[in-house]
Design a protein around this ligand. Sequence first.
Ligand code: NAD
Ligand code: HSE
Ligand code: NA
Length: 438
Amino acid sequence: MISYRSLRVALLGGGSVGAQVARALLEDGDELSQRVGARLELVGIAVRDVDAPRSVDLPRELFTTDVDRLILGADVVVELMGGIEPARTHVLKALASGADVVTGNKALLATHGPELFAAAEQVGAQLYYEAAVGGAIPIIRPLRESLAGDRIVRILGIVNGTTNYILDRMDTEGGALEDVLADAQRLGLAEADPTADVDGYDAAQKAAILASLAFHTDVPVEAVHREGMRTVTAAQIASAARSGHVVKLLAICERLTDDDGRDGVSVRVYPAMVSRTHPLAAVHGANNAVFVEAEAAGSLMFYGAGAGGVETSSAVLGDLVSLARRHVVGGPGLAESKHADLPVLDIGQVTTRYAVTLEVKDEPGVLAGIAGVFAQHGVSVETLQQSVVTTSSAGLATAVLVIGTHAARESALAATVADLEAHRVVVGVASVLRVEGA
Ligand SMILES: NC(=O)c1ccc[n+]([C@@H]2O[C@H](COP(=O)([O-])OP(=O)(O)OC[C@H]3O[C@@H](n4cnc5c(N)ncnc54)[C@H](O)[C@@H]3O)[C@@H](O)[C@H]2O)c1
Ligand SMILES: N[C@@H](CCO)C(=O)O
Ligand code: NA
């Protein structure tokens, strides 16, 4: 029997993920020791309430509310409390003491990443965060290490399981968003307050983390253009289906060149149409997937469980084993690479395709008038579908036009839509959806 030295592991948080990490450390300790070359000794679990009921049966003496004391003397601190404060203060304290840190806290990283990485670098400590994006799916380490010699061009991610579940059910069952959301809440899949998921805040935090890594640039979450999915209607999903598309809430990180020839990045979250032939269209239920396009590697897809206590604990334990091995061998941790320092460009500089749905008067010359507005702004029309003409009780005959465009600048499309709204033959602009993943 080999006798290993011990690494003292302090766990902050014993909830869905934390309890599973604790269980694995206690049950699989021998095997993990062999992989690491040191024993991972769980010295305590900081929680809000020591007597709260837990999903996993863990020794009561491990629990404490004294976070500061637990951090003191730890070799590795695993932060799974969530939220910004007091998690930020605890992580900074752990790093300052020379401990390595594993965290799954996307909110903290997206808002205070540079401060935390600087604190880690100052003392040569390591900060790992695989669980922060895509739960169990390995995506941080592939971007940080495997693809470090390549140039990432674009990332399209389904990084929020709740919204993917809702949109998938709307697509397959045809329900309205509010009904499917209410059902998801009843089943415990969506939070009682669904704001973070439905309004895209959670996806924006993950987009900021992915873009920072992929483009070697600090991308603060405030720089992410964010549109939630509350406005997506059953009619939009049905119309997308008719043209062979599905609607997904996407986190998009992309290299761009702006009107002045400046290189930059665009980081954005919005609901968009994706062709049913694209691999992201096959991501169903609450699953996540990150589709990465790199110059040399080409297209790669990372797919799996984006949440769940047991699943996410896999990512945390992977970080823990990896960081503990390095701790045993010695030497500084991986520094964050921010050398490119690219500007985050305004949404107006984005080039993509669009599906514009218009209600128009049914009279001669309408199509020519509409086509003229697109042409005037340099937006090229690719497809046009016209639905059956209906006549209102006031005797007004109208038709619905769905116009698919070629790739165009967002600023040109916005100007086109403004002119269409004011056009004599247009009764209303019913919907504008981007089409991504061409
Ligand atoms: N649950 C998931 O599927 C999932 C997936 C990916 C990432 N994450 C991230 O992992 C982290 C943990 O998530 P979770 O779902 O396990 O959370 P949770 O709410 O189930 O558990 C949080 C734990 O932290 C403790 N805690 C919170 N504030 C504290 C404080 N001030 N002092 C002491 N203890 C405190 C609570 O007592 C609880 O034990 C979060 O950052 C979350 O974003 C979770
Ligand atoms: N609320 C998140 C949890 C995982 O970060 C989701 O629905 O994907
Ligand atoms: Na992950």
